[in-house]
Design a protein around this ligand. Structure first.
Ligand code: NAD
Length: 278
């Protein structure tokens, strides 16, 4: 089975920056928080319902930054349901009261639920849109208000998905939420480009995280998933975190309004790997 070729050392591109990562108690959010901390950023680890796991992320972020010579940075854990406007306001108040600044928002929190579209109940539909899309909008508004008020720019990175462009039958609300990420990212990017604020998105493919627990631990089901991925393997959260770190850094200083897909080739129409159409 092909293995990821991961670098053994990272640059320190985010020294002196302050970043908020939503949904960082596990999975991609956790990996992003750790990677940003490794590169020198001070991180706020948002969680909703897993305080213990958020504390684990905090401990890992502390180790990551001190191991790489950044000292004891002021990483914090902040509880908030990103679908709740009051929670979001309180989260930003807490962060800004403590740090006095924020440089980067990572809108990562999200979930999915399968249902035949005709039977998708309206509560589930609303909850998925509220968390995955509206939560990102509300957090972006708070971050933008701060970036504009203090001047000097900032960065927002949305965690989208290959399902921003690939329909996902049986996951209507999830597909709509990720489709919406495209115009959220592009509209804000255009509106704020002249003020040094960059807005981008990352589009992961199939990544080894708890959201995919239904198949990651089952060799047969995992085999079916990987058979559809041109690179022949599932991605790691660390491979996705690397893309976030790049977009957060000045290495991406001229990039805005883009979705960078990290998906092992899933967006390349894998059904066309072998010619059947002509
Ligand atoms: P995950 O289930 O491990 O993590 C999701 C995180 O979001 C959890 O920490 C959860 O507590 C948090 N969350 C959920 N609802 C929340 C709320 N209301 N408020 C605050 N936090 C909340 O899954 P993951 O794979 O790490 O997913 C992270 C992001 O990546 C999601 O937006 C997901 O859609 C996206 N994504 C994942 C994959 C994949 O294959 N794993 C692929 C494409 C996109």
């Amino acid at each position: 089975m092909p293995q990821p070729n991961l670098p053994t050392s990272y640059p320190s591109r985010l020294v002196g920056r302050y970043a908020l990562v939503t949904g960082a108690s596990q999975g991609i959010g956790r990996a992003v928080a750790i990677r940003l901390a490794e590169e020198g950023a001070t991180v706020a680890i948002n969680y909703f319902d897993h305080a213990g796991r958020a504390e684990e992320t905090l401990a890992l972020a502390r180790t990551a930054s001190s191991d790489r010579g950044h000292g004891r940075l002021d990483h914090i854990v902040v509880k908030a349901d990103v679908s709740n406007e009051r929670d979001i306001a309180a989260m930003f108040e807490t962060i800004l009261a403590r740090w006095k600044r924020l440089d980067c928002l990572v809108n990562n929190a999200g979930f999915q639920q399968e249902s035949p579209s005709e039977a998708l109940d309206v509560e589930t539909y609303r909850r998925i849109i509220d968390v995955n899309l509206n939560g990102a909008v509300l957090c972006a508004q708070k971050a933008l208000a701060h970036f504009v008020a203090r001047g000097g720019g900032g960065s927002i990175i949305n965690c989208s998905s290959v399902h921003q462009i690939i329909p996902k039958p049986g996951y209507l609300a999830y597909s709509i939420s990720k489709g919406g990420m495209a115009n959220l990212t592009r509209t804000l990017a255009l509106e704020f480009a002249s003020r040094g604020i960059r807005v981008n998105a990352v589009g992961p493919g199939a990544i080894d995280t708890p959201i995919n627990a239904a198949w990651t631990g089952d060799p047969e089901k995992r085999g079916v998933v990987t058979s559809h991925i041109p690179m022949g393997r599932v991605g790691t959260p660390e491979e996705i975190a690397a893309v976030f770190a790049f977009l957060a850094s000045d290495d991406a200083s001229y990039i805005t309004g883009q979705t960078l897909y990290a998906c092992g080739g899933l967006t390349l129409f894998p059904e066309f790997r072998e010619n059947w159409a002509s």
